[in-house]
Design a protein around this ligand. Structure first.
Ligand code: FE2
Length: 223
């Protein structure tokens, strides 16, 4: 019997930095710039309000999980039958499919101000972020990626009994998203993106040098 060897791929522990290097060359700089500029939000925002990765930093955890899972699925499935799209395209879809979750207040405000559904507010904010971070031209040139993004959470209202709406790329990404959000909704157990602690300027600072007396107890500090 073949011996199974756990690799980073098999254990879903490949880090965000690895995936950023694998993104399509046309949008690699934009993907990396987004992460570098908003790393604090990846490490702070939730994956969802309640249903999956619903903790601070769960957003980054969900995205890294999706990237690992889709890479795993692609590697194993394409070894059996050819998949009609590139892994880098699936990575891009996973990377930006929930982008509005970086800005939950924008979604809530839009929903309250317009009275539209939560789903519509999410889509409007997500589209504006695609433009803001430089992805719109790429999506216009690649219709199959646009379709995958529109159906990554299922065909829903787009469903037709007469023709398939979700394409192959969308279907694999839908599987990866569902595995992360409905099977392994409480994973990973340790944060995927470590937080960079921000010093609190209001925190009392110990004296650099001198003697401090609190309740009659003296402490001497040396510079
Ligand atoms: Fe998702």
């Amino acid at each position: 019997m073949a011996k199974l060897i756990a690799t980073d791929l098999d254990s879903f522990t490949l880090p965000m930095e690895y995936f950023l290097d694998q993104m399509p060359s046309e949008v690699r700089d934009q993907c990396t710039g987004l992460f570098n500029d908003k790393k604090d939000l990846f490490a702070k925002e939730k994956g969802s309000k309640r249903n999956h990765q619903a903790w601070g930093g769960g957003y980054g955890d969900h995205i890294v999980e999706c990237l690992n899972i889709v890479t795993y699925l692609y590697a194993h499935l394409s070894a059996v039958r050819t998949l009609p799209f590139l892994l880098e395209e699936a990575l891009f879809v996973m990377y930006v499919h929930d982008l509005e979750k970086l800005y939950p207040d924008q979604v809530d405000n839009y929903e309250q101000n317009t009275g539209c559904t939560s789903k519509k507010a999410k889509k409007i904010v997500r589209e504006s972020l695609y433009a803001q971070f430089g992805f719109s031209d790429y999506l216009e040139r690649n219709d199959h990626i646009r379709i995958a993004l529109d159906t990554v959470e299922g065909e829903n209202d787009l469903y037709s009994p007469n023709r398939r709406i979700m394409n192959e790329l969308g279907a694999l990404c839908h599987c990866a998203d569902t595995l992360s959000s409905r099977v392994w909704y409480a994973f990973p157990k340790t944060p995927s993106i470590p937080t960079t602690p921000t010093p609190d300027p209001r925190a009392p600072q110990p004296p650099v040098e001198g003697i401090e007396t609190i309740n009659g107890v003296h402490r001497q500090y040396f510079g």
